[in-house]
Design a protein around this ligand. Sequence first.
Ligand code: CP
Length: 307
Amino acid sequence: MAVWTRKDLITLYDLEADEIRLILDTAAEFKKVSERRIKKVPALRGKTVVNFFVEPSTRTRTSFELAEQRLSADIINISASTSSLSKGETLLDTAKNIEALQVNLIVMRHSAAGSHYFLARRLKCGVLNAGDGAHEHPTQALLDIFTIREKKGKIEGLNVSIVGDILHSRVARSNIWGLLKLGANVTIGGPATLVPKEFEKIGVRVCDNLKDTIEGADVVNLLRIQHERQRASYFPSISEYASIFGLNKETVKYLKPDALIMHPGPINRGVELDSSIADGTQSVILEQVTNGLAVRMAVLYLIAGCI
Ligand code: CP
């Protein structure tokens, strides 16, 4: 059984398989807390957490804030537009001023890949990555993996396919590291311009058409086209993308009847998947969101034990 010793959670690349299992097992216990009549525990009483979101977020920010409330932490929320970043203060100065208020943990989303490593090395408080550019989004992958394990009973040996804009996706990177460490077979697919061949070097199967990507999969995780990170045209048009790589009533026939359909959100309905699929019986998209709360409670609890 692993023991948690880290003050930060920045990537799944850094974690051992046993550390990932410890988070998943701890999350399973916290999920039971959320099913009780009184959903609050005192685990983080006396600890202060700052949610510092420099990029927009609905799911991650709400989920972290609710997880902190359920653990009885004191919470402060800061966004880019309301912080002195907008007046030209550096990220490090802003973070050091937050830390000077004897904050225990900073949960940050930032557009710059590596910004969490930069802060974690310079701060005594814990740093938790809520998404950094196209690099990693560890708690999203942990909640995805938790949902797969809950539904399928295991991760090892499962065929998991990730479809879409892999090039710009922090969700894909964190999922790939976590799933490989736990023994899943990972396939990625999408337009060749958005699916780097280099992933083959770490044991990922790379496809450039939807049928090959998802046929025989136990789980298919569809990703949003991230226009905000794209600096070029990677395919001719959205409608062309939807017709070639979208999951709809026709293309869903490539899937096994018991395959799970996942999406980290936000969804572009009619692009990466049709509404009939997003809201259909194989979709676990909203269960992912529910499980995110338990996973974030687990991560906050484990890190709070080390700061
Ligand atoms: N999945 C995800 O990170 O969603 P938000 O951007 O809404 O947090």
